[in-house]
Design a protein. Structure first.
Length: 597
């Protein structure tokens, strides 16, 4: 029979809202990715594109006293990602630095980064208009970068809530008005502008229900997939009990939330600390349900059963169903490997406690290294597994964040425990002669640049030889020792004389050839600010006597972080917080072993 059906949408505006702030979202997009997003949305009969900007992001920079502020980020906590040597590197198709092109092309020039990113987004808005979309841009009423807002003053009555920008103060209203005017000036081609109340942090609901999943499974995978209903219901019921990663990170496996890296508990540095309640809780939780091995085993078993069920139904599905079911299989296999990584990590805490109580802390650290190494290996496998099915820019962003926020954290944890003492650093190599390539003898003006904190420099004489005296304060305080590239294949050995009685942690920090990562050679105490490549014995250089330190950095880097990182850039001497540290240097050199030796 003739059929004449007309269906009108319930809502006049049907929008999509690509969130900024994370590399697995629009913070990693180029113009062509926005075009693809808008084209797909248009086919789905959407007609509105919405944007929301955080303070300091390159897409929206405030103007105060007539001067535009520079941006501080495009993505958080991973701003841009250097792909060289990363796990899953092939997924980036030869991109050296993952991030939006206008931002990456202008690294080092924040004003240009802001102007180019904003120009790109204006083009995105114009393109959305060409596809019949209305657009909205806006910002949140959170702390502005400038303008000196006033704050609320809530009583400490135990009922929750936090002090924030006072929305009722006329001064703050004026600040918001100025921010709004900047927004309109930045995006005059938008149809609407909105202002967001500060994020309310709502809660997640439970138990979606079987009727939804029946429809969902049939529509996504096809009719034969209805048999997977029990799997979805089982996950739904288990959701409130989903385990965290480890005792330092009890979030219900919410690493995907994006804004926080994997958090690890602190290992005791004294034998008596093994008896403290905080550490005893860590050990107990490492094997338990909430954020330990027992709960992770339960989730792992569920994932394995789900994988088996999906594989059994896969041959019955049509092409679209197999495509989406294949993606789900990949992500479940990824999570199985991730769970194994976290289980091995938790095992390392149990091993550390058991061996440290019997044989001391150093032996405990050494014993835990095997488990940590297994954890790192599973994390590497997990990221590589995810990279086997990359379908969009967001997937590349996930791989970037997993490298930085999970794999990198685990590698730092391993290097911190492994580097009790460096096998390639020595004190007072009396029989060693160096052929220097880069050398400071401090006979002239101080060659080093002041860094962060407070640094006082002066040239002195010690034992008839020139020396440089540094007084460093701050948390941390630092001095730039060398600002240029040094090829360790050419000059592999660092050699210097040092005298100090400092008790603060002291470390040489080396920026690797990626230009972003820092590695530490700890001179006094452990160094927690970045991954360690080695550590001198406790008390080796801070006894008030002149000590010669010689370090084969080439072999240190090959041993700790791989042979591809044999070029270092900036070199910094950094001190931890506390009382000012006085450090003296003589004959600071990079070179190679004298071949006559």
């Amino acid at each position: 029979k003739p059929i004449d059906v007309s269906v009108s949408p319930v809502f006049k505006y049907r929008g999509i809202f690509p969130w900024d702030n994370f590399l697995d979202g629009m913070s990693g997009y180029n113009f062509e990715h926005y075009q693809e997003l808008i084209d797909r949305a248009a086919r789905m009969k959407f007609n509105m594109l919405q944007f929301h900007f955080y303070s300091g992001i390159a897409f929206y920079t405030e103007v105060w006293d007539g001067k535009p502020l520079n941006p501080s980020f495009i993505g958080s906590p991973v701003d841009v990602f250097h792909t060289k040597g990363a796990i899953g590197e092939k997924a980036f198709n030869g991109i050296d630095i993952f991030g939006p092109k206008p931002y990456v092309d202008n690294i080092g020039n924040p004003r240009a980064q802001a102007e180019e990113c904003q120009e790109m987004l204006r083009k995105v808005i114009d393109y959305a208009h060409s596809r019949g979309f209305k657009t909205v841009v806006g910002f949140e009423l959170m702390v502005p970068v400038g303008g000196e807002p006033t704050w609320t003053d809530k009583p400490s009555d135990g009922n929750g809530g936090a002090n924030y920008v006072n929305p009722l103060d006329p001064h703050n209203v004026d600040l918001s008005l100025q921010r709004y005017r900047t927004l309109v000036q930045t995006y005059p081609n938008s149809d609407y502008y909105w202002i967001w109340q500060s994020e309310g942090r709502g809660f997640l609901s439970r138990n979606v229900g079987g009727e939804f999943y029946k429809s969902y499974l049939a529509r996504l995978y096809g009719g034969p997939a209805r048999g997977l209903l029990k799997i979805c219901e089982a996950y739904d019921q288990f959701e409130p009990y989903t385990p965290g990663a480890c005792p330092g990170d009890a979030r219900n496996m919410l690493l995907g939330a994006g804004w926080t890296a994997l958090v690890l508990p602190t290992l005791p540095n004294r034998l008596e600390d093994l008896e403290k309640e905080q550490w005893r809780t860590v050990v107990a939780q490492a094997s338990g349900d909430m954020c330990g091995i027992s709960g992770q085993k339960k989730l792992l078993e569920m994932d394995r059963n789900a994988i088996s069920s999906i594989r059994s139904v896969l041959p019955k599905l049509d092409e679209q169903g197999r495509s989406w079911a294949g993606l789900m299989l990949n992500r479940l296999e990824f999570r199985c490997l991730f769970l194994k990584s976290m289980m091995a990590l938790n095992e390392s805490f149990i091993t550390y406690d058991k061996v440290a109580r019997k044989n001391g802390l150093d032996e405990g650290r050494k014993a835990s290294l095997k488990d940590i190494k297994v954890s790192i290996d599973y994390a590497r496998q997990a990221i590589n597994k995810y990279a086997e099915d990359v379908r969009n820019r967001g997937d590349q962003g996930v791989i970037a964040q997993l490298n930085e926020q999970c794999y990198g954290v685990l590698k730092k944890f391993y290097s911190d425990q492994a580097a009790v003492e460096s096998s390639h650093a020595s004190i007072d190599w009396a029989a060693f002669r160096l052929t220097p390539g880069v050398q400071y003898d401090f006979s002239g003006d101080p060659p080093w640049s002041r860094g962060s904190g407070k640094v006082e420099m002066s040239r002195v004489e010690a034992s008839g030889r020139p020396a440089l005296r540094l007084e460093i304060a701050g948390d941390p305080g630092s001095v730039i020792l060398h600002p240029d590239v040094i090829d360790l294949e050419e000059f592999p050995i660092l050699d210097f004389r040092i005298r100090t009685q400092a008790k603060r942690p002291l470390a040489m920090l080396f920026q690797t050839n990626s230009g972003t990562e820092w590695k530490a050679l700890a001179l006094i105490g452990p160094w927690d600010g970045c991954p360690s490549v080695g550590r001198l014995p406790d008390g080796a250089v801070n006894d008030g006597e002149w000590r010669r330190v010689t370090c084969d950095l080439l072999n240190v880097f090959k041993e700790r972080i791989g042979a591809e990182n044999c070029r270092i850039r900036q070199i910094v001497l950094a001190c931890g917080g506390g009382e000012p540290a006085v450090v003296e240097f003589q004959s600071f050199s990079f070179g190679k072993r004298n071949t006559l030796d």
